[in-house]
Write a protein that binds this ligand. Structure first.
Ligand code: AMP
Length: 443
């Protein structure tokens, strides 16, 4: 059917173009919010930089197989939540559900084991998981994360990584922070503990819900994660990892705690904080913040010494964390830490062709000096221009009419109190500089 006959047959109602909306679980970050996002990200660059971390920018999609291996084919993330599709060459690719796998892939691909070890990297950007959307849980969400790869597994590295996240959160003045830490042992001691735990779970099986009953077989550690109210009392009686750590793991954990204390980092031991995958070992940690309801975890992290090897690289130590940026922002907004979106420093109210030429030049000079300038593209009556300047949150209006252009004396109106004064162009720049107009942008 030709295009014209197709449109010819459409009824009027059908011809009305569809009004699109963002897909469920995915959202726009609007100008009222983006200054806070930028502030958070700039703070991350600054704080992580002071700890000697460098930024890595990673692809948004990778071979599906990378995540299946690194995150685990059996996990909810890979088995239910990944956005996976067949590319035109029939290879399977997935939108990244997290970034640790990509960092490890990049470490191997670029032979980073030849650099001075350990290699300290951080990243930020969107991740994709098809979860049930709710407050603090989205299908496109943002993480800021860091990884330390290579070198040894000195407890000082674990402590420093945790110290870095806490320093970052403190700098942002995130409220109600609680840091939970645990050790989940290693390949030697954990399997033995898992068997002890499984045996204990078998004895209380009838008191557990269906999910936990299933996990007794598939992944008993995950039972400890359960938030189900009816299971809490039983879980509290289960054997704990701490009593089953081998001597090396026990010593490592004790030293991580001692070093956190040396750094003044306040933590709480939480024996139920676990990771379900084999390559995770020893230190795990989670940080919660206030104002987030049930989705209150803002950061999760831990040691994963076997992961690089699992992805075909050399044996490599690894530890890292991922911060949920959306939740971090929500918490800051709840506690009133959001900066106001920037208005304009100067609105140029011009009238007449000659004045417009001067206005264009003035805008160029003021912008070059770093001021936020609004230059209306069409002529407006002064009254209307001032109203518009006010609506845009401008601090000043620069009034340029015929008089100002011919005398070279420009009128600067302070919108807060309506006062005004005349300046030559160079006096104006000097005045703005002396009164520190432009705030953050020009510091
Ligand atoms: P994970 O990669 O699952 O260890 O998650 C690390 C952090 O990312 C969590 O503590 C959350 O703050 C955040 N996060 C994970 N999934 C989501 C999601 N669907 N929406 C928003 N934030 C999330």
């Amino acid at each position: 059917m030709s295009e014209s006959s197709a449109t010819g047959q459409q009824s009027k109602a059908e011809a009305k173009p569809r009004k699109f909306q963002a897909i469920k679980g995915v959202r726009d970050l609007l100008p009222a919010e983006t200054p806070l996002w930028n502030h958070v990200e700039e703070t991350a660059h600054a704080v992580f930089g002071t700890f000697g971390f460098s930024e890595i920018r990673l692809p948004i999609f990778e071979p599906t197989e990378l995540f299946a291996r690194a995150v685990g084919g059996e996990t909810d993330i890979v088995s239910k939540e990944m956005y996976t599709f067949e590319d035109r060459d029939e290879s399977m690719i997935s939108l990244r559900p997290e970034a640790t796998a990509s960092v490890c892939r990049a470490y191997i691909e670029h032979n980073m084991q030849q650099l001075p070890q350990p290699v300290k990297l951080y990243y930020m950007g969107p991740m994709f998981r098809r979860e049930r959307p709710q407050k603090g849980r989205y299908r496109q969400f943002y993480q800021i994360g860091a990884e330390v790869l290579g070198g040894n597994d000195a407890p000082g590295i674990d402590a420093e990584v945790i110290d870095m996240v806490m320093t970052f959160f403190d700098k942002l003045e995130l409220q109600g922070l609680e840091l939970d830490i645990n050790s989940i042992g290693c390949r030697e001691c954990r399997p033995k503990y898992v068997e002890v735990l499984r045996a204990a779970l078998m004895k209380v099986k009838v008191q557990l819900g269906a999910d936990s009953q299933r996990r007794i077989e598939t992944n008993p550690l995950r039972v400890l994660d359960s938030k189900l109210e009816s299971e809490q009392e039983v879980i509290a009686t289960l054997p704990r990892m701490a009593a089953h750590l081998c001597a090396e793991c026990a010593e490592h954990f004790a030293e991580v705690k001692r070093q956190l204390e040396l750094r003044g980092v306040i933590y709480r031991e939480n024996w139920r904080l676990v990771r379900g995958l084999d390559y995770y070992m020893r230190t795990t940690f989670e940080i919660t913040a206030q104002g987030l309801g049930s989705q209150n975890a803002v950061c999760g992290g831990g040691r994963y010494d076997g992961l690089v090897e699992l992805l075909g690289g050399p044996p490599t130590k690894g530890i890292g964390f991922a911060i949920g940026e959306d939740r971090l922002i929500l918490s800051l907004q709840e506690s009133g830490k959001a900066p106001a979106p920037p208005g304009r420093d100067i609105y140029i109210a011009w009238m007449g062709e000659k004045a417009f030429a001067t206005a264009i030049r003035a805008a160029k000079d003021l912008r070059a000096a770093g001021y936020r300038v609004e230059l209306p593209a069409t002529e407006q009556k002064f009254g209307k221009a001032l109203g518009q300047a006010d609506k845009l949150g401008s601090r000043y209006a620069l009034v340029l009419g015929e008089d100002e252009v011919s005398s070279g004396e420009w009128t600067l109106k302070t919108l807060a109190d309506g006062s005004q004064k005349k300046y030559t162009e160079s006096e104006l720049l000097e005045y703005l500089r002396d009164t520190n107009v432009g705030g953050q942008q020009r510091t």
